[in-house]
Design a protein around this ligand. Structure first.
Ligand code: HPA
Length: 275
């Protein structure tokens, strides 16, 4: 019997692929602040999520909620502008709905970006960080429930979730562009409250360099479906307690993405050429 989740995904994928002029090769996910900073990379078409049946719609006013499709540096790119977070109240299946559409469209490469708090004391606000691995502290997993056999196996390997090949390529491109790209482990929390200083201390002891509220479900779903993943984070602020005098605000997060968005765009454009 076909899983109802699979029926819904197949219907959405059929609608989306009928709208696309060409089959995309690379998907690029930009978080809300980064969507604004990145802008639209060239000539192409916009597909609002509301035109895709079953697509979970954003709850936060001002979040883009659309795909953009077009050719960038000779590659067919599908840009996801905005994302759904688990803290918004979606089911975990909805959080990875777009990722699974990528798999059904035949996309082989996923570049995920996010904003994060710097847990590592050697990081500064505004650093670009290549994600080398993750720690899932969301308390759930997008693969929970019966396995979607059409997409991938029951127990997928996460040993090299963030592609060593793409990481090496990203570092090469960063070096030739004179961009410093640090490296670190991203820990996902539920949010939406920022962490307490005690939590950040605990996360550091666990091996986290960055903390955020997204990305990990998408990466798990992508790896389940055999998609190669590259993750780049913008450390927008020092995590709670790193600077004992500081407080955290969403305004600071948006401010830093605006400041660093152009550099991130430059780096991603260079990477896309080589993927
Ligand atoms: N914590 C969690 N998520 C975040 C942070 C943070 O400090 N900064 C940006 N996203």
């Amino acid at each position: 019997m076909t899983d109802t989740r699979m029926e819904k995904l197949n219907k959405a994928a059929a609608t989306l692929s009928a709208k696309l002029p060409k089959v995309p090769e690379i998907a690029l996910v930009l978080g809300s602040g980064l969507s604004q900073a990145f802008g639209i990379p060239g000539e192409g078409m916009t597909i609002p999520w509301r035109e895709i049946p079953g697509f979970p719609l954003p709850t936060v006013a001002g979040h883009a909620g659309e795909f953009w499709a077009g050719e960038v540096n000779g590659k067919q790119l599908l840009l996801q502008r905005g994302r759904t977070h688990y803290y918004e109240g979606y089911s975990i299946d909805d959080v990875v709905f777009a990722t699974r559409l990528f798999a059904l469209l035949g996309i082989k490469t996923l570049i995920v970006t996010n904003a994060s708090g710097a847990v590592n004391r050697d990081f500064s606000a505004g650093d670009l960080v290549l994600i080398t691995d993750h720690i899932n502290m969301l308390g759930t997993n997008p693969l929970r429930g019966s396995n979607l056999d059409d997409l991938g196996p029951r127990f997928p390997d996460m040993s090299a979730a963030y592609s060593p090949r793409l990481r090496a390529l990203a570092q090469e491109e960063a070096a030739s562009a004179g961009i410093t790209l640090k490296e670190g482990v991203y820990l996902a929390t539920l949010g939406p409250s920022y962490e307490s200083p005690a939590e950040i201390k605990a996360f550091r002891a666990l091996g986290a360099d960055l903390v955020g509220m997204s990305t990990v479900p998408e990466v798990i779903a992508a790896r389940h479906a055999g998609i190669e993943v590259l993750g780049i984070s913008c450390a927008t602020n020092l995590a709670a307690g790193v600077d004992p005098k500081a407080t955290l605000s969403h305004a600071e997060v948006i401010e830093t993405t605006k400041r660093v968005g152009g550099t991130m765009r430059q780096l991603i454009m260079a990477i896309i050429t080589r993927v």
